[in-house]
Ligand binder design. Structure first.
Ligand code: GLN
Ligand code: ZN
Length: 745
């Protein structure tokens, strides 16, 4: 059997297709316009395209089983038979059972969706309990391996590793099932070996976060057992998104033949490796090319790091730091970018070339590397912004004390107890999307576009007045996306044409690229907000996206600390807040839904992140007078680790996802002494269900028990852009009626 690993590899590659073909095919299948066979043949074509691309690029170790109809964690759940009985009971085909787990069906909600480590990719959370019966189902991995073989391409099947799989699962102590699960992996590995598979990749990224000694022991036990299998492929344990820590020596205690380290997100892995002692003929897969960001690799630095690894290990493979799932497919599709920017970029396809080149350079030492890039153009620098940042004082991030702010704001706003509001967006009808697209394409002129959007704003304002809401919004009809919208109006940001990245399932996003100093050219939202305010005597909330979220959902510059970029964005937002205030807007919401998502995986790194994240938010929001009310909004639950940071944001009102967690977040906030306004979501907008009035009343009663009524706000969980008008009207009617009922009781 041929067992050499190769020189160069990627840990995974985008599966959506260069033109989002997978999204289109899957959605057509869901809509019933194509059948399962057509979907499957599109999928097979996309897989073949990826393998051919990698082979033609001369990558010599090619992964398979990185394709997915929805999510690789869900695929792994299926591969180990972890399909909850609530789905098998439906009696659907294998494919439809899979999609039922991913999306839910009428009778059965989907598996929970949550963020994949600190990325913006979402995976489906496996449900595991004592009753889960694991059974090996290697069909998908075998099939992909065979498909590639037919093209003459030998691949390395990839699976999420057993320890990470259980650490990501929910249920009654899933990790306690590791020994059981490892037996099922053993069966899978045996089946793969039977099909001639030489190498398998098992991903264990959960071990770059803090793990208990027991969890590390369990990892050692798992791979000792798998390594002892008589008939198995060689095992490559891949880790990524950070530093491996004590799990590295544990893995080196086992017979696994290759270990992968992320040297981009975890440069300290190099020292760990040096300290780990003899590697015993093991292969080290060195993640030297950033799989998370879109900048070209500094090849000289990468060769130097690779050479250090080569001095420690018998065999080094050059790789991406993680799967390329997190970057767009191909820079060649971007014809509209400034060439001075484009020459600095590498998308998935270009990163493969870098990996190949580095592999060669490390092997023969003579490969010529391309010339380093010229310095960034001077025009990308804004000395005024830099000067303002350098001159900042601590007081620029501080407002007056909250009790007197609250009094002055109430004098100005005159709100009832339990004021009602929404989170910002109203339904984005297909008609609205068409109008924005026509404007973009030049088919709808500026005046026509503004007229159309204003009509929508007026409609939304009238609706809210009719419903009796207290603090209104303009509805965000002009926004395609809460980050892109600002990116398009700020210097230092570039938008791509085809830079799609999978966010979850068929959902793709196109993150903007922050490449230079951020500066505001002109007010960005003031006209829309003041137009809305001109239509009503009720206060209209200005609506901005916060600095942390703007960074989290963009590709960020790698040439300066994130904290500096965040402060640059914050200064632009600070100016916007002041302009809104000067134009008569009395309430401004600055959304930070991503505050939790970018929290570093290791506790030791978290405080530094929270310090700059909170500092940037406060810089953005502290320029206004005490009687201007600042709101913030957070979603995607599990606020545990950031709860004190939420308090530190010092917003006057925090609206927060709570309906699914049954208001528990209020106790958490009370527990840390949070004493400002709070709007726990009383309607789960992620579901098309209209909450009955009594259910909202009950949620509010629970909330009033945890928070004094004078600090409590009544609002949905999140924005309404994905909902339809009939649902929104009915639900908001119930929400307002419930607030009135609870006020009067
Ligand atoms: N203001 C935004 C909206 O309503 C907030 C979206 C979010 O939290 N993700 O759409
Ligand atoms: Zn939200």
């Amino acid at each position: 059997m041929h067992t050499a690993f190769g020189q160069s590899t990627v840990l995974g590659y985008p599966r959506i297709g260069g033109d989002r073909e997978l999204k289109k095919a899957v959605e057509a299948y869901w809509a019933g316009t194509v059948d399962a066979d057509t979907l499957e043949s599109t999928a097979a074509r996309l897989r073949a395209e990826v393998w051919r691309t990698l082979r033609d690029a001369r990558l010599d170790a090619i992964p398979s089983n990185t394709f997915s109809y929805y999510d690789q964690v869900l695929d792994t759940a299926v591969a180990v038979g972890a399909v909850p009985s609530r789905f098998t009971r439906l009696g659907l085909s294998a494919l439809d059972t899979y999609f039922a787990m991913a999306r839910g069906v009428d009778a059965e909600p989907a598996l929970e969706l949550t963020k994949w480590f600190d990325t913006n990719y979402h995976y489906l959370v496996p449900e595991i309990d004592a009753g889960t019966v694991f059974t090996a189902d290697p069909a998908k991995a075998l099939r992909e391996y065979a498909e590639a073989r037919e093209l003459g391409i030998t691949t390395r099947p990839v699976l999420v590793g057993p320890a990470t799989f259980l650490l990501l699962a929910k249920g009654d102590d899933p990790f306690a099932r590791l020994d059981d699960l490892v037996e099922t992996y053993a069966e899978i590995l045996t089946a793969l070996a039977g099909a001639g598979v030489a190498w398998v990749q098992l991903d264990e990224p959960a071990y770059v976060a803090d793990r208990s000694p027991a969890e590390i022991d369990a990892l050692r036990r798992a791979y000792t057992r798998l390594g002892a299998l008589a008939d198995r492929p060689r095992i490559f344990v891949a880790t990524y998104f950070g530093e491996l820590g004590d799990a590295l020596p544990a893995l080196l205690d086992t017979p696994v033949e290759a270990v992968g380290l992320d040297l981009v997100a975890g440069p300290g892995n190099l020292h760990r490796l040096a300290a780990a002692g003899p590697l015993g003929g093991r292969t080290v897969v060195a993640g030297l090319v950033d799989g998370r960001n879109i900048w070209r690799t500094d090849l000289r630095a990468a060769v130097a790091a690779g050479a250090t690894v080569a001095g420690l290990a018998d065999h080094v493979v050059v790789a991406t730091s993680c799967s390329l799932l997190h970057v767009p497919v191909d820079l060649a599709a971007e014809t509209g970018l400034d060439p001075r920017l484009a020459e600095r970029l590498a998308f998935a396809r270009q990163k493969v070339d870098e990996v190949v080149l580095l592999g060669r350079a490390l092997r023969d030492g003579t490969t010529a590397l391309p010339a380093p890039l010229p310095p960034a153009p001077a025009a990308w620098r804004h000395d005024d912004v830099r000067g303002r940042l350098a001159a900042l004082r601590p007081t620029d991030r501080r407002r007056g004390d909250y009790p007197s702010r609250a009094v002055r704001q109430q004098e100005r706003l005159g709100l009832p107890e339990l004021p009602t509001t929404t989170i910002g967006s109203f339904p984005q009808t297909s008609e609205l999307r068409r109008a924005r697209a026509a404007h973009r394409a030049g088919d709808l002129d500026e005046a026509g576009y503004v007229r159309r959007m204003r009509a929508e704003v007026e409609h939304v304002v009238r609706l809210q007045e009719r419903l009796g809401l207290d603090v209104l919004v303009h509805g965000e009809p002009e926004r395609n996306d809460m980050v892109q919208y600002f990116g398009e109006q700020l210097d230092g940001f570039a938008a791509t044409a085809q830079g799609w990245v999978q966010s979850y399932g068929s959902r793709c996003v196109r993150p903007p690229i922050i490449y230079g100093d951020v500066a505001r050219r002109a007010p960005m939202t003031v006209e829309w907000s003041t137009y809305a305010q001109s239509l009503t005597s009720k206060p209209v909330k200005g609506m901005l996206t916060g600095p942390v979220t703007i960074l989290a959902w963009s590709f960020v510059r790698a040439d300066q600390p994130l904290a500096d970029t965040a402060d640059q964005v914050a200064l632009a937002l600070r100016d916007e807040c002041r302009d809104l205030e000067a134009a008569g807007i009395r309430v401004i919401q600055v959304d930070e839904p991503a505050l939790r998502e970018t929290l570093p995986l290791r506790r030791a790194d978290q405080q530094a992140y929270l310090d700059w994240a909170v500092g940037a938010f406060r810089l953005a929001t502290s320029g206004v007078a005490d009687d201007t009310q600042i709101h913030t909004h957070l979603c995607y639950s599990e606020f545990g680790e950031v709860i004190t940071a939420i308090d530190a944001l010092d917003a006057d009102v925090t609206s927060i996802e709570a309906s699914r967690s049954k208001m528990e977040v209020l106790d958490d906030l009370a527990g840390i002494g949070y004493a400002r306004g709070v709007g726990p979501g009383v309607w789960d907008i992620h579901s098309p269900r209209v909450p009955p009035r009594d259910e909202v009343v009950e949620a509010l009663r629970r909330a009033v028990a945890a928070v004094p009524a004078r600090r409590l706000w009544v609002n949905p969980d999140c924005g309404l852009k994905t909902r339809s008008y009939p649902e929104v009207e009915a639900s908001l009617r119930h929400l307002v009626a419930a607030a009135v009922t609870v006020r009067e009781s």
